[in-house]
Write a protein that binds this ligand. Structure first.
Ligand code: GLA
Length: 659
């Protein structure tokens, strides 16, 4: 990974000047200076105006914008402009349009209406990329290339005939022979045996449950196809503009499982991430913390670039909440605390027309004379004081294992409970541990675990043999691990590991379940330590583990719910049920103390503490003043911190600790 090519912790944003007359551009640039903007993302949706008809380009207006920004000292993250094909392409070549699982074509009239496997789309896109790279590849303002935009935001998969052929090629590469595919997909079941690759289709709509491994491979194929598009643009950029790093803006969050970003990361020069608070969640900022820790995990621990977020409301949720005064700064610092080396937004000026006209921006409809723009200026000033934080790395004692493939497979249909969702377990455990003031990495099961004091494995339904072996090795080396229910059940082909659950971890944990016993929605059980649990139980025996808690009621009364196996200096805990929030918090408290994790001794509700290099971030979104032990200097105020930093409700501190 290369470093973020902007200065300090830069403030940035998407700039769409084509929506405004030239007279506004000059005012824009003056306001950008006032806000201390470091970079602008330019050209994301400019294709139709840059290439008004096939092969005829109009770069004049774009040159002007680039010059204006450059003169104002604003760096540019230059989009390749291929995110939204112009109407001449989709009407002249309707074969580029995507098709859904029911065979319906998705037409032009919004954006991203292209099939990831379309060679026709690829050819037109690459022609534009070539023009862009030749014209701007050595422009002094251009510091970063931004391929397309949020690849997979709307179209993650396509079921058209072109995609079907590409899928068959992908399967041929993966399996080599049709018999290997038949084995992997378990096609002896329901007369699905294939005689040749030519018979295979994408998993289009079927009379009943489609083959799960077929679906899993289609998910793998689909992320690879979009990644293939990224790679094609990147390769051309590298050839024509070798000095400028290349990225694309990912969507790492708890809503979008479709792209396996662990596959994408090695192809990117740096990790850029878009994140929006989701007002539909009970605690949107807990999800923000998880998404940020996972982004850092995708980046292999390196600093990353927050490419988009919102200054206030979005426009695409059922009800779009504006931020309260002060939240913009706190929300932005939450990303920085968790490894972001830039804070950027969609978009500079709120649109007057179009589908996103009610999405917040840096300059709202009310104009620069507004509370929001004044907050933006305040944010720019605050980020300006944090320049020295750039490049430093977050230091976590705890890892939460996370795998997109496990997410895909766990959430397929025909499982013991349709109420069990992979991401729920991940969110629950990430939140419980971070609320203690512990810093958490969210990493792939293949990551090096040796530096962690505690590893949490929430509902890792699909798990490879090497990942299971690495976890066992980690525990043998003195590590502490917690595995939760419905983990280690299947291999990469979604084939059940036989002999009892949780197959991959049975030996490590010293337990064995013969059956699952999921609960009805709203049904709960009590444990003999007073905890309440719901959703899921297992008919479990502890063959080689200490039983820490048993069910106190219900059909499984007296049988184990929580166990621990001691392995040398380490320990392997198994939780066979879904504890409610307070019991999850209590178990997280016990585990982190047992494992000697750095955390707050007496955590305060709503107070976040994150360790990033020498810097201690304290963000207080609670109702009470936070007093946190620290010694050094608060970069935001310049004040000396002698023994404790005091942070008022709604406030923040970034303490450079004395070494
Ligand atoms: C995404 C897109 C932007 C914009 C925002 C709105 O992040 O990349 O173009 O649509 O969503 O929240």
């Amino acid at each position: 990974m290369t470093g973020i090519p902007f200065d300090g912790i830069a403030l940035g944003c998407d700039y769409n000047p084509e929506q405004w007359p030239r007279s506004v551009w000059r005012e824009d640039v003056a306001l950008m200076r006032e806000a201390g903007v470091g970079f602008m993302t330019l050209g994301v949706f400019s294709w139709a105006l840059l290439e008004p008809e096939p092969g005829r380009y109009d770069f004049g207006w774009f040159d002007e914008v680039l010059e204006l920004l450059h003169e104002a000292g604003v760096a540019v993250d230059l989009a390749t402009a291929t995110a939204a094909p112009p109407p001449w392409l989709t009407s002249g070549h309707p074969e580029v349009l995507p098709v859904d699982a029911e065979g319906r074509t998705l037409f032009q009239g919004s954006r991203q209406s292209w099939c990831p496997s379309s060679p026709v789309f690829r050819e037109h896109a690459l022609r534009l990329v070539g023009e862009m790279a030749r014209r701007y590849g050595s422009h002094p303002a251009v510091r970063l290339w931004h391929v397309s935009n949020e690849l997979g935001c709307h179209i993650t998969k396509c079921w058209c005939d072109v995609s079907a052929a590409a899928f068959r090629r992908w399967l041929t590469d993966r399996y080599g022979s049709i018999e290997k595919l038949n084995d992997a997909w378990g096609t002896a079941f329901w007369s699905q045996h294939y005689a040749s690759f030519d018979e295979v289709l994408p998993p289009r709509i079927t009379p009943t449950v489609p083959n799960p491994t077929h679906q899993l491979d289609f998910a793998r194929f689909s992320t690879d196809e979009l990644l293939g598009h990224y790679r094609a643009e990147r390769d051309l950029l590298r050839e024509l503009s070798p000095a400028v790093p290349v990225t694309t803006n990912l969507m790492v969050n708890a809503r979008q499982p479709d792209e396996d970003y662990f596959r994408w990361a090695p192809e990117m020069d740096l990790i850029a991430q878009d994140h929006y608070l989701d007002g539909r969640l009970a605690d949107p900022r807990a999800e923000q913390a998880l998404a940020s820790d996972l982004t850092r995990g995708v980046a292999g621990g390196a600093p990353w670039l927050l490419m988009e977020s919102a200054t206030s409301a979005v426009n695409w949720q059922p009800v779009n909440h504006a931020k309260r005064p002060g939240e913009l700064l706190l929300d932005s610092l939450r990303y920085v605390a968790r490894g972001a080396d830039a804070v950027a937004f969609f978009q500079w000026r709120a649109s007057k027309a179009g589908a996103e006209k009610f999405h917040s921006a840096l300059v709202p409809h009310a104009g620069a004379d507004s509370a929001l723009f004044r907050e933006v200026v305040g944010l720019g000033a605050a980020l300006g004081k944090l320049g020295e934080v750039a490049g430093s790395r977050v230091r976590a004692d705890v890892a939460v294992l996370f795998d997109y493939e496990a997410w895909w497979a766990c959430d397929l249909g025909s499982h013991p409970s349709g109420e069990l969702h992979y991401i729920d377990a991940v969110q629950r455990w990430h939140r419980a541990v971070t609320e203690l003031g512990a810093t958490v990495d969210v990493v792939h099961p293949s990551a090096d675990l040796s530096g962690y004091r505690l590893v949490v494995v929430p509902t890792l339904y699909l798990c490879s043999d090497p990942a299971a072996a690495a976890l066992a090795e980690y525990v043998r080396g003195g590590g502490h691990v917690l595995v939760t229910y419905f983990s280690g059940i299947v291999d990469e082909n979604d084939h059940v590991r036989l002999g009892g659950y949780p197959g991959a971890f049975r030996e490590l944990l010293g337990v064995r379940a013969e059956e699952f016993a999921p609960l009805r929605p709203g049904e709960t059980v009590t444990l003999d330590d007073g905890s309440t649990a719901g959703l899921w139980t297992e008919v479990l025996t502890a063959s080689d583990a200490e039983v820490l808690a048993r069910y106190a009621d219900g059909p499984l009364a007296g049988t184990p719910a929580l166990t621990r196996r001691t392995v040398g200096a380490g320990g392997a805990w198994y939780l066979a049920t879904r504890l409610d929030e307070s019991a999850t918090a209590a178990l997280a408290d016990r585990l982190t103390r047992d494992a000697g994790v750095a955390r707050m001794d007496a955590p305060l509700p709503g107070v976040e503490v994150v360790r990033r290099g020498r810097y201690l971030f304290v963000l207080n979104r609670g109702d009470a003043t936070a007093v946190v032990p620290a010694r050094g200097t608060d970069l935001l105020t310049g004040a000396r911190v002698d023994a404790c930093v005091t942070v008022a409700p709604g406030g923040a501190a970034v303490v450079r600790k004395e070494v």
